[in-house]
Write a protein that binds this ligand. Structure first.
Ligand code: F6P
Length: 326
C-alpha cells in the first residue's frame, strides 16, 4: 500500500437503506487508518462534474439510522462513455484521490470495473442494492430492510384482502431477480410468488390457480416480481379477469416505498462490516473487488464475477413456499 493516501467514496444507482451506514463505516475506518477521505456527490456524476468535498468523522455523525444516502445518488450517462470516464479520472487526479470505494448495485460495479481497467485506479465495491442480485455475497446492503417493508405492507393488504375475499397481486421490486418476491412471500405467508427465474419454464399463474386457493381461505395474496419476464402484477390481474372471472382481483404496486426507511439492525451491521472491510482490502493492496459476505465471513469477489448476473435463487425457497401454501 503506502501509495494510497486519500480515498473517494460514492453511492451510485438506486439508493438502498444502509448506504449511509456504509458511508459512515468507510469514512471512519479510513480516518482510523490515517487516510484522507473525500465524499463524491451524486455517484459517478459528481466525479465527472467535480462535486467532491473533504469528509471528516463529523460528516458522518448521526447518519447510521437514516435511509437514502447523504451523498445523493444517480444513474450517470456520461460515465458510460470513454470521454466521461476520462474527465472523471482527471478530476480524481486534481482532487488527489488515489482509490475509490463505490457503494451500489450491478450497474455501478460494472462501471467501476471498466473504469479500473482503463485507468488503473484501485476500486473497491460494496454491494448496495435492495435487489440482492450480486453474485458472491449472501446478502446486499438494503435487502433486509426492503424485505421488512414488504412484510409490513403485505400484512396490511392481507386485512383488506381477507375482509373482501379478494385475490391480490402485489408487485415488488428486484429488477430481474426474484429474491424480494420469493422471500417476501415466504415471510408474509403469501400463497404464491411469480418470479423471473421460472417465468420462461412454466405458466406460474396457471399453476397457482390449478393448485387452488388455500382450502381454508377464500382470499389470496400473490407476490409478483417486477420484470419483463413476469410481465408484472397488472399483467396477471388482466389475465385473471379474462381467464378466471369468478375471482375478484386487485393490484398493489409497492414501488419506491421499498427503497426508503431506516435500515434494520441487520443492514446497519452488514454495512458497517463491509465498509471497514473495504478499507482493510485497500490496505492489503486489493483492487477491483466487491466486498461480500458468505457464511458470515468477509470475502473478496472480483467485479467480473459479482456482476455476471448469475446469482442463483435457491430452488429450496420455491419448495418451501409451495409446501407451506397448501
Ligand atoms: O436496483 C434497485 C431498483 O429499485 C430495482 O429494484 C428497480 O427496478 C429499479 O431500481 C428502479 O429504478 P429507478 O428508481 O431508477 O426507477
Amino acid at each position: 500500500m503506502g501509495t494510497i493516501k486519500c480515498i473517494g467514496v460514492l453511492t451510485s444507482g438506486g439508493d438502498a437503506p444502509g448506504m449511509n451506514a456504509a458511508i459512515r463505516a468507510v469514512t471512519r475506518a479510513a480516518i482510523y487508518h490515517g487516510l484522507q477521505v473525500k465524499g463524491i456527490y451524486r455517484g459517478y456524476h459528481g466525479l465527472v462534474t467535480d462535486e467532491i468535498t473533504d469528509f471528516k468523522s463529523e460528516n458522518v455523525s448521526n447518519i447510521i439510522q437514516l435511509g437514502g444516502t447523504i451523498l445523493k445518488t444517480a444513474r450517470c450517462k456520461e460515465f458510460t462513455t470513454p470521454e466521461g470516464r476520462k474527465i472523471a479520472y482527471e478530476n480524481m487526479q486534481k482532487e488527489g484521490i488515489d482509490a475509490l470505494v463505490i457503494i451500489g448495485g450491478d450497474g455501478s460495479l460494472t462501471g467501476a470495473r471498466i473504469f479500473a481497467q482503463e485507468f488503473d485506479v484501485p476500486c473497491i465495491g460494496l454491494p448496495g442494492t435492495i435487489d440482492n442480485d450480486l453474485y458472491g455475497t449472501d446478502t446486499t446492503i438494503g435487502y433486509d430492510t426492503a424485505l421488512n417493508t414488504i412484510l409490513e405492507a403485505v400484512d396490511k393488504i392481507r386485512d383488506t384482502a381477507t375482509s373482501h375475499e379478494r385475490l391480490f397481486f402485489i408487485e415488488v421490486m428486484g429488477r430481474d431477480a426474484g429474491f424480494l418476491a420469493i422471500n417476501g412471500a415466504i415471510a408474509s405467508g403469501a400463497e404464491a410468488a411469480i418470479i423471473p427465474e421460472v417465468s420462461t419454464e412454466v405458466d406460474q399463474l396457471e399453476e397457482f390457480i390449478k393448485n387452488g386457493f388455500r382450502k381454508s381461505k377464500n382470499s389470496s395474496i400473490v407476490l409478483v416480481a417486477e420484470s419483463e419476464l413476469t410481465g408484472g402484477a397488472m399483467h396477471y390481474a388482466e389475465r385473471v379477469k379474462k381467464e378466471y372471472p369468478q375471482y375478484e382481483v386487485r393490484v398493489t404496486i409497492l414501488g419506491h416505498v421499498q427503497r426508503g426507511g431506516s435500515p434494520t439492525a441487520h443492514d446497519r451491521i452488514l454495512a458497517s462490516r463491509l465498509g471497514t472491510a473495504a478499507i482493510d482490502a485497500l490496505l492489503e493492496d486489493q483492487r477491483n473487488v466487491m466486498i461480500g459476505i458468505e457464511n458470515d465471513e468477509i470475502v473478496y469477489v472480483p467485479f467480473s464475477k459479482a456482476t455476471k448476473n448469475d446469482k442463483r435463487l435457491k430452488p429450496e425457497l420455491i419448495k418451501v413456499l409451495h409446501e407451506l401454501s397448501i
